[in-house]
Design a protein around this ligand. Structure first.
Ligand code: GTP
Ligand code: MG
Length: 170
């Protein structure tokens, strides 16, 4: 379908929020209960077909553990899009996500498209971050926001598709 656009996309967020699981769900449609913590970063690609174009994402899945924090700028530099992930059952990870958004807005590409993903939406009985709170934050900061579940696949394709649509328009 029409032209093919290549976009560099980076995932950022605290350790264990589910960045790798989201990518594995998107790229291979699989989920592992015991996904290993990422070391350094992982690179994967996947495409989404839009009405008039194909968007090919070149995805950098970064490591959230503190010891890797200083590597992050290497991965978000030049990224056209960023997915900042938090875990809806972990308030601290939402604070971490906000600091990633701030850092991206200060030091990332001036036109970077940022999406905030509240992952583990399947664990709604353990929820600690209200949807409305995150949505309000996203609106105030002009970024996308969606709750996802890598485990049951809720909103995972939609998240990448929505980013692709925004980038294609830009
Ligand atoms: P780092 O690589 O250390 O930064 O962590 P990460 O953000 O990549 O987390 P990872 O994808 O490794 O996920 C950590 C664990 O969270 C996984 O082993 C899963 O058990 C769990 N997990 C991830 N996504 C979901 C989800 O949507 N729902 C539930 N219930 N668990 C999830
Ligand atoms: Mg990981």
């Amino acid at each position: 379908t029409g032209r093919v656009c290549h976009f560099k996309l980076v995932l950022l967020g605290d350790t264990a929020v589910g960045k790798s699981c989201l990518v594995v769900r998107f790229v291979r449609d699989e989920f592992f209960e015991f996904q290993e913590p990422t070391i350094g970063a992982a690179f994967l690609t996947q495409s989404v077909n839009l009405e008039n174009a194909t968007v090919k994402f070149e995805i950098w899945d970064t490591a959230g553990q503190e010891r890797y924090r200083s590597l992050a700028p290497m991965y978000y530099r030049g990224a056209a899009a960023a997915i900042v992930v938090y875990d809806i059952t972990n308030k601290e990870s939402f604070n971490g996500a906000k600091s990633w958004v701030k850092e991206l807005q200060r030091r990332g590409d001036p036109n970077v498209v940022i999406a905030l993903a509240g992952n583990k939406a399947d664990l709604h009985t353990k929820r600690r971050v209200e949807y409305e709170e995150a949505q309000k934050y996203a609106e105030e900061n002009c970024i996308l926001h969606m709750e996802t579940s890598a485990k049951n696949a809720t909103n995972v394709k939609d998240l990448f598709r929505e980013i692709g649509e925004v980038m294609y328009v830009i």
